[in-house]
Design a protein around this ligand. Sequence first.
Ligand SMILES: Nc1ncnc2c1ncn2[C@@H]1O[C@H](COP(=O)(O)OP(=O)(O)O)[C@@H](O)[C@H]1O
Ligand SMILES: [Mg+2]
Length: 346
Amino acid sequence: MGDSMDVDAPIPSTSKPVKEVPPAHNLPWIEKYRPQTFADIVGNEDTIKRLSIFSQQGNVPNIIIAGPPGVGKTTTILCLAKILLGPSFKDAVLELNASNDRGIDVVRNKVKMFAQQKVTLPPGRHKIIILDEVDSMTEGAQQALRRTMEIYSNTTRFALACNYSEKVIEAIQSRCAILRYSKLTDAQVLARVIQICRNENVEYSEDGLEAIVFTAQGDMRQALNNLQSTCNGFGFVSAENVFKVCDEPHPLLIKDMLLECTKGEIRKAYKIMAHLWSLGYAAEDIIKNVFKVCKNLDVDEPLKLSYIKEIGITHMKIVDGLTTLVQMSGLLARLCMIGQGIEYKS
Ligand SMILES: Nc1ncnc2c1ncn2[C@@H]1O[C@H](COP(=O)(O)OP(=O)(O)O)[C@@H](O)[C@H]1O
Ligand SMILES: [Mg+2]
């Protein structure tokens, strides 16, 4: 008899939320603020201008967009396809990204089937096959792709995106116009972040936005994700909150540490390093941030270059597996010596 009570109770409460449509504010900001036209895409102006001319004439070659993550490669390709195909976008675009299976068979069958399909398009327009992150496709699959590109060249165009164009086989490279994107500048990221903060009524401090830009390092996707995580987690974007969310060593500590090195103050520098170590940061996290901070450190250029070289060498050792506090201290010792103009043998 008690059973029926237990069974009945949860039903009304659980059944209701299921019907509710997720509210718009649940959308990740990277999607909500994905630019819909070329004009909204920040940075890499020259390349985008070229594409925009291509798209007006309708005569677009196969393209590869190569560049670091989060700078708008996929967005550019989607914009281009929308301009070229307008309402036919749904029928005339095949999009395959890294989460799809893209082995040789898929390229042979799916891509080929799509390339053979008849779709009525305005004269001079082509169907578009979008392959995101081509550099993660096996060489076999790329070879299969190359043949398809050739056979269907009068009906279909390929738009490829990748991080490293060297990882795309040469046969494909030579059939495409290669467009290279570079990282966005801090100013470009900042401007967009401020715009989104205004739209979303985000409360922020100036150092909070600086922290967002610092953690993003020219990657807009990272910037927007960090911004949204900080807002969701703390409701206020301050440097402190941003570094808590991103779980990175605080750059101000690292900056102090490097400045102590320039003065030859090994003990003080070591104290900061030992503190970071005790907080549980991995050697790799620390060295990456030491590099980021050193890039913008306010010291003489030659000194900065020597520092960057030492940091790079230590980074290589860390990648090789030498991830101890002793390694990190060794770096500080060398930085102190360089800072004091003392020669040493490595
Ligand atoms: N140049 C840019 N201008 C404006 N927003 C950008 C830009 N690059 C990236 N973004 C933001 O980051 C998200 C991911 O961009 P995407 O084009 O997928 O990057 P990727 O270069 O890695 O393909 C976009 O939805 C957009 O919100
Ligand atoms: Mg992409």
